[in-house]
Design a protein around this ligand. Structure first.
Ligand code: KIV
Ligand code: NA
Length: 265
């Protein structure tokens, strides 16, 4: 397998080849995702919701993110592995941000980190990039700031927020980020941003005129149930399939159908 790099993603944008990205948080899932030729794997802080059952992404710690990232890195032979730098590990000052980014890179073996925000975190992004660590940005709906926004509704519908998003995207490109995730914003705005920068724009709920797409793998496989935003396409209904299989197992144990003679020593 030829490893996907931050450089190859920028090349893909140049050639008009769309970038596929999915999350993973553990070895077994990352093995399947990588084996299916997904270009980039995001060890998202959505692990806080999906893996740990928290309501938001705020509680997950740097140590927990490193644990998830380490497991994913062991499985990924081809995909670029990007890790979310979690809430509270980069906002205090840029030196703390760099220390957190270094811990992720050193302890997990991942290839890049992702940060939420624009001009507010300019210093931290600069310092992390100066250390040679590739940085992916994340603008639009940024779940670590959910208590500031109050809701998970579409972002940047108003002129002022749209202008700020456009200038933040430009800034992240100028600082040297290799890509930007745009979450839950109007497709028209996402298109304008994708056309205005030379680094790849990876959308989630940002329409089709961007350079790639990312989804939470448990959502697209239908393993999660409660969450159904418009942008989510479910490729399977794994929740029901797994639930049926497990019910069948319970019945088989109760009825002593399992294990049978062939399954015994
Ligand atoms: O944590 C995550 O899964 C993300 C994606 C939704 C972009 O940040
Ligand atoms: Na995230």
């Amino acid at each position: 397998y030829k490893r996907v790099t931050v450089k190859s993603l920028v090349e893909m944008k140049k050639h008009g080849e769309k970038i596929s990205m999915l999350t993973s948080y553990d070895y077994s899932m990352a093995k399947i995702v990588d084996g299916a030729n997904v270009d980039a794997i995001l060890v998202g802080d959505s692990a806080s919701n999906v893996m740990a059952g928290h309501e938001t992404t705020l509680p997950i710690t740097l140590d927990q993110m490193i644990y998830h990232a380490t497991s994913v890195v062991r499985a990924a032979k081809r995909a670029l592995v990007v890790v979310d730098i979690p809430f509270g590990s980069y906002q205090s000052d840029s030196k703390e941000a760099l220390r957190s980014a270094i811990r992720i890179m050193k302890e997990s073996g991942a290839h890049a980190i992702k940060v939420e925000g624009g001009s507010e975190i300019k210093e931290s992004v600069t310092r992390i990039l100066q250390a040679g660590i590739p940085v992916m940005g994340h603008l639009g709906l940024t779940p670590q700031s959910i208590y500031k926004f109050g809701t998970y509704t579409v972002r940047a519908k108003e002129e002022e927020e749209a202008e700020k998003l456009k200038s933040d995207a430009k800034l992240l490109e100028e600082l040297g980020c290799f890509a930007i995730v745009l979450e839950k914003i109007p497709a028209k705005l996402a298109k304008q941003v994708a056309e205005s920068v030379s680094i790849p724009i990876i959308g989630i709920g940002a329409g089709n005129h961007v350079d790639g797409q990312v989804l939470v793998v448990h959502d697209m496989l239908g393993m999660t149930h409660e969450f159904h935003p418009r942008f989510l396409r479910r490729y399977l209904n794994l929740y029901d399939e797994m639930s049926n299989a497990i019910s069948q197992y319970v019945d088989d144990v109760k009825s002593q159908d399992f294990p049978n003679k062939d399954e015994s020593y």
